[in-house]
Design a protein around this ligand. Structure first.
Ligand SMILES: Cc1ncc(COP(=O)(O)O)c(C=O)c1O
Length: 368
């Protein structure tokens, strides 16, 4: 029987640095530094340096990072925030938790990122911000989105959950717009062993506000100046992340080697790849393709022992949770096409040479 190839294999990541991770966890335990604390703070500094931003503050997950970003920008009830229809739902949870309404805008038909040309039609008097997502690891069209935002006096937030270290015009994500929001969920390019996230910015007052918000609205113990939350990054996750960060660039290089091979060697008229604009350097978080008959493709890959996934099978505007917003099929046709035809191939740094070749061979032998 052929050995199955997983879409992602976190065991290989842990095993490749087992001792170092266990040592880091033990140190956080020995220090009794569990909620925030020295290891979380140390990681904040390292991550801010890595992203090339003035400051970063760790939070308990990427969804909280987006929620905090909205609150720091003063976004709340009655406001609207533009969000791509093709993203993980958490991008929309941020504005929703803050009391605002997400307004979904379609993606382009080839990069699959937020379509800057469709943003202006969605702007109203209530619009306060645009959240762009560096989807699948590839930066969105930051300059175009920022240009429109400037015209209408809007904030821009980048959802970097899938794009740690990705480059737009040579600049790293996290410092490209007003606020960057990261997730360290297991499986992300930079991941911890549980839940974690970070908010980055070059504007210190945003970070200062988020440090208070995530800590029960408090700067001084037991003095609560505003309604706050418990959204701190755990110390153990900070310690794990400091280890992971040391290897991030090496992992990214491996993802790029695999991704570029897929880009070059998957040659099949039935399979469409994501377009990578010249001014971006993707970090290949996910390797997503589209196929006209996804069910047939998934059966074919399964028969070859290759496990695939879908990111994402239902676009945000058609999710039941947002049915009260009255979107309908046809509102975001590119996102809807993707939802029905997308398929994610195995992609993680520890994929072996023979496995990469098997994935390419399986893709190229698919017929309809
Ligand atoms: C694009 C995007 N935004 C936000 C999130 C939310 O991050 P988390 O799962 O850490 O809350 C994720 C992660 O799953 C994501 O992929």
């Amino acid at each position: 029987m052929i050995e199955p190839i997983k879409r992602i294999d976190l065991n290989r990541l842990f095993e490749s640095h087992r001792e170092e991770y266990l040592d880091a966890i033990a140190k956080a335990c020995d220090a009794g530094s569990f909620s925030g604390g020295i290891y979380a703070d140390k990681f904040d500094e390292e991550f801010a340096t890595y992203c090339g931003v003035a400051a970063a503050t760790g939070v308990n997950n990427g969804t909280s990072a987006l929620h905090c970003a909205m609150m720091a920008l003063g976004i709340g009830i009655g406001d609207e925030v533009i969000v791509p229809a093709n993203t993980f739902i958490a991008t929309a949870w941020g504005p929703t938790y803050a009391g605002a309404t997400p307004v979904f805008v379609d993606c382009t038909s080839d990069t699959w990122e937020l379509d800057a040309n469709k943003i202006e039609d969605a702007v109203t008097k209530k619009t306060k911000a645009i959240i762009g997502v560096h989807l699948y690891g590839q930066p969105f069209d930051v300059d175009e989105v920022t240009k429109i935002a400037k015209c209408y006096g809007l904030h821009v937030v980048e959802d970097c959950a899938q794009a740690h270290g990705a480059l737009y015009k040579g600049r790293k994500t996290g410092g490209l717009v007003d606020i960057g929001c990261f997730s360290f969920y297991p499986g992300k390019n930079l991941c911890c062993f549980g839940e974690g996230g970070s908010v980055t910015s070059d504007y210190w007052p945003y970070i200062e506000h988020i440090i208070r918000l995530k800590n029960h609205g408090s700067d001084i113990r037991y003095h609560h100046d505003e309604i706050g939350y418990n959204m701190r990054l755990e110390g153990i996750q900070g310690a794990v992340l400091s280890v992971s960060l040391k290897y991030l660039d090496a992992w990214t290089a491996k993802r790029r080697t695999i991704g570029k091979r897929y880009d070059r060697e998957i040659i099949n008229p039935y399979i469409t790849l994501q377009r990578h604009p010249d001014n971006t350097e993707t970090v290949y978080h996910l390797y997503v393709v589209t196929v006209p008959d996804r069910d047939a493709f998934l059966r074919h890959m399964d028969s070859k022992g290759i496990m695939c996934d879908m990111h994402y099978p239902i676009p945000c505007h058609l999710q039941k949770a947002y049915s009260f917003l009255n979107y309908k099929r046809g509102d975001c046709p590119n996102a809807e096409y993707l939802a029905e035809h997308c398929c994610s191939l195995p992609m993680f740094p520890e994929l072996r040479e023979d496995e990469i070749e098997r994935v390419i061979e399986a893709c190229n032998s698919f017929r309809m």
